[in-house]
Each structure stands twice: as structure tokens, then as C-alpha cells.
Design a protein around this ligand. Structure first.
Ligand SMILES: NC(=O)c1ccc[n+]([C@@H]2O[C@H](COP(=O)([O-])OP(=O)(O)OC[C@H]3O[C@@H](n4cnc5c(N)ncnc54)[C@H](OP(=O)(O)O)[C@@H]3O)[C@@H](O)[C@H]2O)c1
Length: 260
């Protein structure tokens, strides 16, 4: 074996994922990036539109690329925010609204679960003596998966679906076999938040909140967010084990607890 350690990831072209890929590269890991646009930090880029089901995606090419590699982990960093709010009377608007919910479910949940299922055999066969650490699968989740904020309920539903899938994974694999992680990054100043502010109705509470946070400079930077996520994934073993199958709040450094 070459001693190379590989990370597979999506969502590395922009936002939090881009900064995370930069950190991963700086720390000498090799990267397989699945996406629609390169970030410049990948060693292997496979063009992949996560709106497509896996049957229409280059899974065979990915399998060929993964063969024989020591894989440390998989990070599903991609995500989309669907249209927030819809006019009750305009049929065309309603149609676009529900189409956008369906696409968000595909990107935020189905594609993640499908890719994880297909690459699990490669991740689980990593233990060839080169890598001592327990491999991980992680996705960027959201607090809205467990605590739906007004306006973000349907986005939250897509994140809740993926969170539940990761909970199921954590029952299939013990934490010392495969650590299964759902990570809320915090509220981070990226295109996703800017798009909500610029393209949604000004009457929505979430738009007012984001605008206010931007004005008061209260949003995390993508760099700061990636820093905390990287630290958690690559050097905080005890915290990772504790977060197996749960929602980890990276901005607070703790696992989400349901309020009684
Ligand atoms: N920002 C926040 O405050 C916040 C809070 C909670 C959770 N999150 C979650 O954190 C993750 C990253 O968010 P972000 O704020 O960094 O978002 P972002 O800046 O909008 O970046 C989204 C990433 O997802 C990729 N992506 C979206 N649709 C795709 C598709 N069909 N095929 C391939 N890639 C696709 C984008 O690639 P393209 O360049 O190809 O579009 C981009 O790399 C998301 O899952 C988001 O839900 C963010």
C-alpha cells in the first residue's frame, strides 16, 4: 500500500464544503470529489449531479477509482435550500414550489443515502493495516431537522430524513466499526443564506433573522465553520464516538439534546 489516506466528498465546490476540502488537502489527505464543479483541492474529480438517481450517475467509475484505496471517511457536504413560501392562488408558482421540495429531498437525502450504501463495502474494507482510525460517514445536517424553524419546515424535513437514515446506519454499525455522523455546522454566511435573503419574500421571519444576523455580523464564516468540523472529524475521537447516530452541533461543540 502507498500509505495514502483518502476522503470521498460532495459539496466541495462552494461554501462550507469548499473550506473543508481545503483543510483536508492542507492536512495531506487525498480527495475524491463528486460534484458539478471542481474546487481545485481534489486528486480525483468525478462529475456528479446529485439531482440524478444513482442509476444515472457514474457509480461504476467511482467504484473503479475506490478499488484498493484506504478510505478514511465520506463527507456529504452538498445541500440545497428549496423555495420558501408559495402563493396559494398561483398554480404555476405552486408547481415550482413542490418541484423544488422534491429536488431538495433528492439532493439532501436520497442521493446521500444511495451513495453511502454503494460505497460502504469500499469504506469497510479500509482496514488493511495502514489506517488505525475507525472510518466515518458524515453529512452536513441542520438544527432544522429536529427543531423546525418557521419557514424552514420543509427544508428541515429533508434534513430529518437524512438524520433518520444516519440513525439507522448507527444501529447497523457499532461506533468502533463505522462512526455515523450528522453535523449541524451552525448558521454560516454562504450562498445558501444569501439566496434565502435575496430570493425569498421579505415577509418571512427567517429572511428578517438572516438579514439581521448579516448586518450584525453574527453569522459564522465558512472558514471558521470548516475549522470546527475538521477538528471534530479528524482529531476529536471521543466526541465523535459520543455523536454516533446523533445530531452534533459543531458551532456549540456538543450533541443536540431534546428539550423536555
Ligand atoms: N449555511 C448554513 O447556515 C447551513 C446551516 C445548516 C446546514 N447547512 C448545510 O450545510 C451544507 C453546505 O451548505 P452551504 O451553506 O455551504 O451551501 P452552499 O454554499 O450553497 O453550497 C452547496 C454545495 O452543495 C452542492 N450541490 C448542490 N446541489 C448539487 C447537485 N445537484 N449536485 C452536486 N452538488 C450539488 C453545491 O455544488 P454546485 O456548486 O455544483 O451547486 C455546493 O458545493 C448543506 O447541506 C446545508 O444544507 C448549512
Amino acid at each position: 500500500m502507498s500509505g495514502e489516506k483518502w476522503i470521498i466528498g460532495t459539496g466541495f465546490s462552494r461554501g462550507i464544503g469548499y473550506e473543508l476540502a481545503k483543510k483536508i488537502k492542507d492536512n495531506k489527505y487525498k480527495i475524491v470529489h463528486l460534484g458539478r464543479g471542481q474546487c481545485g483541492f481534489e486528486d480525483i474529480f468525478i462529475w456528479w449531479d446529485l439531482l440524478n438517481p444513482i442509476s444515472d450517475s457514474p457509480i461504476l467509475e467511482l467504484s473503479k477509482q475506490l478499488y484498493g484505496k484506504s478510505i478514511v471517511g465520506f463527507i456529504y457536504g452538498a445541500g440545497v435550500m428549496p423555495i420558501l413560501g408559495v402563493s396559494e392562488s398561483n398554480r404555476m408558482e405552486k408547481h415550482l414550489f413542490w418541484q423544488s421540495q422534491s429536488e431538495a429531498m433528492r439532493v439532501n437525502y436520497f442521493s446521500c443515502a444511495e451513495i453511502v450504501e454503494d460505497i460502504l463495502p469500499f469504506i469497510m474494507s479500509h482496514n488493511d493495516g495502514d489506517i488505525k482510525d475507525v472510518p466515518f460517514v458524515a453529512h452536513l445536517s441542520s438544527l432544522s431537522a429536529v427543531d423546525p424553524f418557521p419557514g424552514l419546515e420543509l427544508y428541515g424535513a429533508t434534513k430529518a430524513a437524512c438524520l433518520l437514515y444516519f440513525q439507522w446506519l448507527s444501529k447497523r454499525f457499532a461506533m468502533d466499526e463505522l462512526t455515523c455522523l450528522s453535523i449541524h455546522p451552525g448558521t454560516v454566511h454562504t450562498d445558501m443564506v444569501n439566496n434565502v435573503v435575496n430570493s425569498s419574500s421579505k415577509d418571512l421571519e427567517i429572511v428578517r433573522i438572516y438579514k439581521n444576523m448579516i448586518e450584525k455580523k453574527e453569522l459564522m464564516s465558512p472558514q471558521a465553520s470548516a475549522e470546527t468540523i475538521y477538528k471534530f472529524l479528524f482529531s476529536e475521537q471521543a466526541k465523535k464516538e459520543n455523536a454516533h447516530g446523533k445530531l452534533y452541533l459543531a458551532d456549540k461543540g456538543e450533541v443536540y439534546q431534546h428539550s423536555k
